[in-house]
Design a protein around this ligand. Structure first.
Ligand SMILES: Cc1ncc(COP(=O)(O)O)c(C=O)c1O
Length: 395
């Protein structure tokens, strides 16, 4: 809900559009709001990203991005490039293809998954799997992506996908070098780079899109959530000319994709009004400022014996609770300590997502007082669980 709850002006824009033209088939036609929105997105997305395929949410955006990547590779003369490399710990949605890229996919219920998906280690400076400090760890993580491309065989890889800052993998903020390296690695091997900005986008990380902070432009970017601030289900995959020109040069070959409600005019009207609010209220700067304050306040929680790390950027922040701060021994996601912490936080009135990571992602209109309340709620809840489960905390 990036622009916040209760925005009557978005509701009004939706009602007006619904009364004027509620739907038209997406097979052959577009509508004014969808066309205006595509134009707006071309303006505000990084670099030369400029062509948008609309859909109805994040999972569909990821499906669309994957299909674009595969079809473009085939149309370029590389039909064997069908594999996708994701990162461990990642989340890209729950439709079958998107779930196939999602690390916590449940083989026992839904396997076998989409063929050709493999994983590289994600950036993690807190508990580096390579036992390296700071940026060196991220550089090694990027090298692992290249090794994965090489070991799969570059001639079989269509794309690499990742969230600039992965929420599901624990809100580790990589060094810009990581993404700049991935950009070069993908180019070197003819692999497309997909940035999943479904969570990161629309001011969540202090800039309109997180990619801006890392100094790279993906070939395909997926967006959803903040596009309408949650007022309507809508997502999109956006591509630059390098991808679009492939379709343009072969006009007889349509994209093998169709979503009845993609670019729905009422959703597009909601998105357009939402983005006007972003401009009128300078919400991205506001979110960035509040993000600095949230981070400052969260840092105080490090005094807790169970708080191992505080990390994030903008209004995408997290604390990680650990059994032992010295050794960084993690709590299992489903540990009772984490469950009870989650219950307490909710009982005290804070809606968040708590496992061994407590996530903080309030609307960009959040106030300092509300941030103070959020932090106090977690502070008090931590004190209570640390007392209740004192024997679980070592050191
Ligand atoms: C990074 C990312 N990609 C994709 C999705 C899937 O989006 P949706 O739930 O709208 O299908 C999510 C949802 O949380 C997400 O966080």
């Amino acid at each position: 809900m990036n622009a916040g709850h209760g925005r009557g002006e978005i509701a009004e824009a939706m009602a007006k559009q619904a009364a004027r033209l509620s739907y038209v088939s997406a097979v052959q036609y577009t509508t004014e709001p969808a066309a205006h929105l595509a134009h707006k997105l071309a303006e505000i997305t990084p670099g030369d990203l400029s062509r948008t395929y609309f859909c109805s949410g994040g999972s569909e955006a990821v499906e669309t991005a994957m299909k674009i990547a595969k079809q473009v590779q085939a149309m370029r003369g590389f039909p064997r490039r069908y594999k996708i490399i994701a990162r461990r710990g990642s989340y890209h949605g729950m439709t079958h293809g998107a779930m196939s890229l999602t690390a916590a996919r449940e083989e026992k219920f839904f396997g076998p998954f989409m063929y050709g998906v493999s994983y590289a280690p994600p950036p993690d400076q807190y508990r580096s799997p390579f036992e390296l400090e700071g940026e060196a760890s991220d550089i090694m993580a990027a090298k692992f992506v290249e090794q994965e491309i090489i070991s799969q065989g570059p001639e079989t890889v269509a794309a690499v996908i990742g969230e600039p800052i992965s929420s599901a993998a624990g809100v580790h903020v990589p060094s810009p070098k990581y993404w700049q390296m991935l950009r070069k690695i993908c180019d070197r091997h003819g692999v497309l780079l997909i940035a999943d900005e479904v969570i990161n986008g629309f001011g969540r990380t202090g800039t309109m899109f997180a990619t801006e902070q890392f100094g790279f432009v993906p070939d395909i970017m997926t967006i959803a959530k903040g596009l309408t601030s949650g007022y309507m289900p809508m997502g999109a995959a956006i591509v630059g000319p390098k991808v679009f020109e492939v379709f343009e040069s072969q006009p007889d070959v349509p994209m093998g994709h169709l979503l009845t409600f993609g670019g729905h005019p009422v959703a597009a009207a909601a998105a357009l009004r939402n983005l006007e609010i972003f401009e009128d209220e300078d919400l991205v700067s506001r979110g960035a400022e509040m993000g600095v304050y949230l981070k400052e306040r969260l840092e105080e929680l490090r005094n807790h014996p169970s708080v191992g790390d505080v990390r994030g950027v903008g209004l995408l922040q997290a604390i990680e609770v650990v059994k032992n701060k010295e050794t960084k021994t993690p709590f299992d996601k489903n540990d009772t300590f984490c469950k009870v912490l989650g219950q307490k936080v909710l009982e005290k009135g804070l809606i968040t997502r708590t496992w061994n990571i407590v996530h903080f992602a309030p609307p960009l209109v959040v106030t300092r007082d509300e941030i103070d309340r959020m932090v106090l709620t977690v502070d008090e809840s931590l004190t209570e669980v640390e007392k209740e489960f004192a024997s679980d905390i070592e050191g």
